[in-house]
Design a protein around this ligand. Structure first.
Ligand code: GLN
Length: 554
């Protein structure tokens, strides 16, 4: 009896919060979405988050990072947008590949279903079948996470052709279950210098454009250089058809980690809970987060880290988004140690000229992040040689590890012609070579989503720098590469001092290399991307050990 009654009891409905952009992109929609997810999580709700990218690429793996920013690899190996990294960092949780979709991936699924007669012979149409596939995945995300709330960020801005089918998905869901869906529009309110007043007109137009698609914002997040005053909140409310208490001020902030706290100043979680009839078990508890934010602001001693990458310069601008997870990982570890990180972006290309190498003396530690292809390689190799010889703490990630091995082969083993197969497949000593299972993929130009991707285990060697840092014998880290240290050279490298302190459990893949601490305070290269698992409330032990050693060897 009891069980029948139980099963008859209505399951609590999952709620869906859509976040769309108004006026222009690049005003922090991803961080706003992460922050909304965070404040709801702090109310004791189970929250998961989705990013929808409107481009035709099936995933973010094939896009040039200077155009699209960092490619964030999820635990299950999907190559996604950097916003997924923000979600994982803010929510302190792993997110599955189901929660990332692009126009390309949706069409691919619909077309393959059609080819398999999955639509039973009927006419398959852009509407409703494309939004319906997006809705299917959105609902699945709720199920996979047993979520009370699913947050869905739609890339781009309202009024674009590209995201219209996803706006249509909102309309369809809202028509079906109006009480379970809320729409947040992140808009921008400029304060033109010549006028000196905050202008609401672009936001009014954005609200009207969204309305033309049959979707109305329930909440307007007013991004602006300064807080939005009551008068403008009232104006937005009148012209954009929202209640004045649902206009939330989102001024520029010193740190993105302030944003959840700022949202709560305008009671955003209460607003959302009321609107969606969400019964929150508890009052907002952001105490861990507040502690982290306050620690990040109360650091004294500086630690200077140089990140040497090839993607920094873009015309007259410097792009740091390409390495966002690396930069954030450095910060979390520095804050944990009570240090103020001063991160400098250096272009690898500038170090092709050895004269510039002495500039590296200014830094306490140097990091070479992941990368592809031959641009900036000579510069990176020169940097690695310099920091090895000058005992400047070095952390090499993925390409940064492969190049550390290559530098060692060239300058210590004196194999002057050594190379990586990625740059020069004809070189006599390929100390870094293509992985066996990658050969066929490269030959067939099967390049999308085909690298060694996602989480794999590594066994650590006792007593090494990394084993002491992790305090574990085996670790799981996320990967994204096609090449690896060539086993034919492992013995020779080891005899000359390289320690392969982490290997795949079968011993065939060199996952971590380091140099003995008698020779160098911290010289570590990892084949994986530890930055992808660094979280504000849970910094990554390798970054922490690197930063500590950088600070101590000042
Ligand atoms: N280009 C190298 C490879 O494919 C390194 C990749 C990376 O740094 N993510 O193996």
């Amino acid at each position: 009896m009891a069980s029948t009654r139980q099963s008859k009891k209505k399951k609590k409905a999952t709620k869906y919060i859509f976040v769309v952009g108004g006026v222009m992109s690049g005003v922090g929609k991803g961080v706003a979405s992460s922050s909304i997810a965070k404040i709801l999580q702090a109310r004791g709700l189970t929250v998961t988050a989705i990013k929808i990218d409107p481009y035709v690429n099936v995933d973010a793996g094939t896009m040039n990072p200077t155009e699209h920013g960092e490619c964030f690899v999820l635990k299950d190996g999907l190559e996604t947008d950097q916003d997924m990294g923000n979600y994982e960092r803010f929510l302190n949780t792993d997110i599955p590949g189901n929660n990332y979709m692009t126009t390309g991936s949706i069409y691919q699924a619909v077309i393959s279903k059609e080819r398999n007669l999955g639509y039973g012979g009927r006419n398959v149409q852009v509407v409703p079948d494309i939004p319906a596939e997006a809705i299917r995945r959105i609902k699945k995300a709720g199920e996979l996470a047993s979520a009370d709330v699913v947050l869905i960020e739609i890339g781009g801005t309202v009024g674009e052709y590209e995201n219209i089918l996803f706006i249509e998905a909102i309309r369809m869901m809202k028509t079906e279950t109006p009480d379970d869906v809320a729409v947040v529009m992140v808009s921008y309110l400029p304060v033109p210098g010549s006028v000196g007043e905050m202008k609401t007109k672009p936001t009014q137009h954005a609200a009207r454009t969204l309305g033309a698609s049959g979707v109305f914002a329930d909440i307007i997040l007013a991004r602006a250089p300064v807080p939005v005053d009551q008068k403008r909140k009232e104006k937005i409310a009148t012209f954009c058809n929202v209640r004045v208490e649902n206009v939330i001020s989102a001024p520029d902030v010193e740190s993105i980690y302030d944003i959840p706290l700022n949202f709560e100043k305008d009671n955003l979680s209460d607003r959302l809970c009321d609107m969606l009839q969400l019964s929150c078990a508890k009052k907002s508890d952001l105490s861990d987060w507040k502690r982290f934010v306050s620690k990040s602001k109360n650091t004294k001693d500086v630690v200077k880290i140089a990140v040497v990458g090839k993607y920094f310069s873009s015309g007259d601008f410097v792009l740091s988004d390409v390495y966002i997870s690396v930069l954030e990982a450095i910060k979390y570890s520095a804050y944990k140690l009570g240090l103020k990180p001063e991160i400098t972006y250096l272009s690898a290309q500038d170090f092709t000229d050895r004269k510039n190498l002495k500039n590296l003396k200014k830094y306490d530690g140097v990091l070479v992040p992941g990368g592809f292809g031959s641009t900036g390689i000579d510069g990176k190799l020169n940097v690695i040689e310099y920091v090895r010889k000058n005992r400047i703490p070095y952390f090499g990630i993925c390409y940064g590890m492969q190049l550390a091995v290559l530098e060692f082969a060239r300058n210590v083993l004196k194999k002057k012609e050594a190379s990586t197969e990625e740059i020069n497949p004809k070189a006599p000593d390929l100390v870094v070579a293509v992985m066996d299972d990658q050969k066929e993929k490269i030959a067939k130009a099967d390049m999308g989503g085909s690298m060694r991707l996602g989480q794999y285990p590594a066994k650590l060697r006792k007593g090494t720098i990394v084993q002491k840092a992790y305090k574990k014998e085996e670790v799981l880290e996320r990967h994204r590469h096609r090449y690896e240290v060539n086993n034919a050279y492992v013995a020779e490298l080891e005899n000359a001092g390289v320690i392969f302190s982490g290997k795949s459990p079968d011993g065939r893949l060199m996952e971590i290399m380091e140099l003995p601490q008698e020779l160098h305070p911290f010289f570590v290269g990892v084949q994986f991307h530890p930055e992808l698992q660094a979280r504000p409330l849970d910094p990554h032990p390798l970054f922490t050990t690197f930063i500590k050693s950088a600070y101590e060897s000042k």
